[in-house]
Design a protein around this ligand. Structure first.
Ligand code: HEM
Length: 491
């Protein structure tokens, strides 16, 4: 008899309880579900069909091998109006074409040029920090990564236009990803909500109604204002780039603006706006959350913090200069990043919506199921990472004991939809953290820094961040020339 499609076990409690278990204390609840129901279990959530979470590498491997016709990216439950014409929602040739435009801009050759600018940006931020100043680390890194995004997308480093872009991007992100918008999106269904917001946005653009960026009676009013104004700036820049048609311009916006379809037509303006905004959504909160977790682990593990400091100091002394590209490839800081992303991945899971009944590991999952390869559960498995799998031990990445397969360690997702910005993200995080550790000493009174717990995570724009931020106080700031030979200092 042919096998009937079957969902993995459904934990007790209904939709609301399942949604709360993800919203309130996601990691503890995932651990609990795995202990009680096995490596794969099904959550039922308001506004969507069954969602199967899996920490089973065999299932994850099959999910990452899915063919484009076996899943529907458009069904993704992102309740944010990114625009429908971007890499996040496309499939088949359109998806491949988008990736072909994006990846070269965010990979090797461009990264070499960008490393120096990334270092300049982080240096400027550190120079403005004062001893005794207290701040919330995820927000500070969020500000730094926005500067990097402004440069990557628009080539802007300083000036009024850059500050205006940054203000609009920040405003749009915070007003589009707040709890109210997510709750409405969940109740209405993310896809329907996105379409509703997009229709309003297009209407406002046609009427050239820019809005005043202030709160209104309707909860989406402010986010619409920000998007309409942001899109207007992008349109102006695209027109300028097309007027110049300078092949040497390497910003991501210029790649989108100059790109043409096979029939020789330029990409539509709304598609470019959608692709540009997708980069912002994909790159911002992810980087801020990942760096916060990495700093937490380093503060909790002074031995690892000191090793990073020594490794960076040694590189500076050996080269006679601070070379951000070399720094971003140093083995110990890379191991610290891997270990942090293994234990506290910013994205708890990635998702695929099945369009047909599909065999995944031992399960024949029914069409319509959302399958979620769960980084958090898979990357803490003792049968893959050893008995000390729950401990932060960066050395495991260096002593040959840790060589996970792409379906056992996947903080950037996997298969044909793996993160298009991975190379840039990993580079920028290492440059940011290395320079902070080299020049700045922090103190933190957070309890979790001094015991063996982690802070409770909360979901911000689909990313897990420490619930109450990471409050740190600056104890010391060294000058940018610290550790450089005398000659370089005077230069
Ligand atoms: C530490 C930072 C980051 C993390 C942890 C991260 C993680 C992820 C994950 C988990 C996915 C989904 C992959 C899948 O479904 O299999 C993804 C997709 C994506 N990310 Fe990242 N990301 C980061 C930074 C960035 C940056 C800086 C950019 C660009 C500037 C970027 C661009 C993208 C794009 C375009 C996609 C969609 C790929 C597609 O659908 O084909 N990401 N990322």
């Amino acid at each position: 008899m042919p096998q009937q499609p079957q969902l993995p076990p459904i934990p007790k409690g209904g939709k609301i309880k399942h949604a709360l278990s993800l919203g309130l204390d996601i990691w503890n609840n995932l651990d609990r579900f795995q202990d009680e129901y096995g490596d794969s279990f099904t959550l039922t959530l308001p506004g969507q069909g069954p969602m199967v979470w899996t920490g089973d590498p065999a299932v994850v491997r099959d999910i990452f091998s899915l063919k484009p016709e076996q899943y529907d990216p458009f069904a993704v439950q992102i309740p944010i109006d990114v625009g429908e014409e971007c890499v996040l929602f496309q499939n088949f040739k359109k998806h491949q074409d988008s990736r072909k435009r994006i990846i070269p801009s965010l990979a090797t050759a461009q990264l070499k040029n960008r490393a120096g600018v990334m270092h300049e940006i982080i240096s400027e931020h550190i120079d403005s920090w004062q001893v005794g100043q207290e701040f919330d680390f995820p927000r500070v890194v969020g500000d730094i990564t926005l500067d990097i995004i402004c440069y990557t997308l628009f080539g802007l480093r300083h000036g009024a236009r850059k500050e205006h872009y940054k203000m609009l991007m920040n405003g749009w992100l915070s007003t589009s990803t707040n709890d109210t918008m997510f709750t409405i999106g969940q109740l209405m269904g993310a896809r329907k909500f996105r379409a509703k917001l997009n229709a309003k946005y297009i209407k406002r653009c046609e009427q050239d109604k820019l809005g005043n960026l202030k709160k209104g009676i309707l909860p989406w009013k402010q986010s619409l204002d920000y998007k309409v104004q942001l899109a207007k700036m992008i349109r102006e820049d695209v027109n300028d780039i097309r007027a110049r048609m300078d092949e040497n311009e390497a910003t991501l916006l210029s790649v989108f603006a100059r790109a043409k379809y096979d029939d020789g037509e330029f990409l539509e303006m709304e598609k470019i706006i959608s692709e540009t905004i997708a980069m912002l959504v994909a790159g911002h909160e992810t980087s801020a959350a990942t760096s916060s977790w990495m700093l937490i682990w380093l503060l909790k593990t002074p031995r690892a913090m000191q090793k990073v400091r020594d490794e960076v100091a040694e590189s500076v002394a050996k080269l006679g200069e601070y070379d951000p590209l070399t720094i971003s490839e140093l083995p110990y800081i890379t191991a610290c990043l891997n270990e942090s992303q293994r234990l506290s991945p910013s994205a708890p899971a990635t998702v695929r919506w099945l369009t047909e009944d599909t065999q995944l590991g031992k399960w024949l999952m029914p069409a319509g199921t959302c399958v979620a390869p769960c980084m958090y559960l898979t990357q803490r498995r003792k049968d893959v990472f050893g008995e000390d799998a729950h401990e932060y031990r960066p050395e495991r990445w260096l002593d040959g004991s840790c060589k996970p397969k792409p379906w056992e360690f996947f903080p950037f997702g996997g298969g044909r939809r793996a993160c298009a910005g991975m190379a840039q993200a990993r580079q920028q995080l290492r440059i940011i953290l290395a320079e902070i550790v080299r020049r700045v000493t922090f103190e933190s009174n957070e309890d979790y820094i001094h015991n063996d717990q982690l802070p409770t995570p909360r979901l911000v724009g689909g990313q897990t961040e420490p619930k109450d931020g990471v409050l740190v106080t600056v104890k010391e700031v060294k000058p940018v020339t610290a550790g450089l030979p005398e000659m370089r200092r005077s230069a």
